[in-house]
Design a protein around this ligand. Structure first.
Ligand code: SF4
Ligand code: SF4
Length: 168
């Protein structure tokens, strides 16, 4: 019997799984402009990310296939992050010794631009502090969830996938 993958057992992807299932953009690409990364390793019948992408950067062999991104075609528009019902798309951009990660923010309250927030890793544990640099509120998003971009230390770019408003 094959072993159940960690992400199914524990409910979150490790960075190693992400590298294996999806593949990460090169450092050069990460520094050029924001790039979308699909963290969606299960074969499910779902295609909004592919349909909304204006440059056909989201690749799926069939409607059940795991999405991949042609990182060179991605223009960092964040539409896939907004539309994904599984909250499984993120964008990452390296800027000097910081990274900016764009992510859905499901919980209330929604942080404000400029606000310092608590950074949470893939397991939901606190790993530091970051600052919200952009916000797409729910009413302007293509999906049902506000989208935030959070600046954080570069070394946390692949660990942090949620934030908590301080004092929550
Ligand atoms: S960020 Fe925009 S261009 Fe890049 S994969 Fe997502 S929808 Fe396509
Ligand atoms: S829209 Fe989201 S859940 Fe659906 S296939 Fe794309 S990444 Fe996966």
């Amino acid at each position: 019997m094959s072993e159940i993958p960690h992400f199914l057992r524990e409910g979150y992807l490790t960075v190693e799984e992400l590298k294996n299932y999806v593949g990460l953009p090169s450092e050069e690409r990460l520094r050029a402009k924001p790039v979308a990364v699909p963290e969606c390793p299960q074969e499910i019948p779902c295609t909004p990310c592919k349909e909304i992408c204006p440059t056909n950067a989201v690749l799926m062999e069939n409607p059940n296939a795991v999405p991949r991104v042609d990182y060179e075609k991605c223009i960092g528009c964040s539409l896939c992050v907004q539309i994904c019902p599984g909250l499984a798309f993120f964008m990452v951009h390296y800027l000097g010794d910081k990274a900016r990660v764009t992510m859905p923010h499901e919980l209330l309250p929604v942080p404000k631009v400029g606000e310092e927030v608590v950074l949470l890793n893939r397991e939901g544990k606190e790993v530091g502090r970051g600052k919200v640099v952009t916000l797409i509120p729910r009413e302007r998003s293509k999906g049902d969830t506000p989208i935030i971009t959070v600046e954080m230390p570069l070394e946390l770019a692949w660990d942090v996938r949620a934030v908590r408003v301080r004092g929550e």
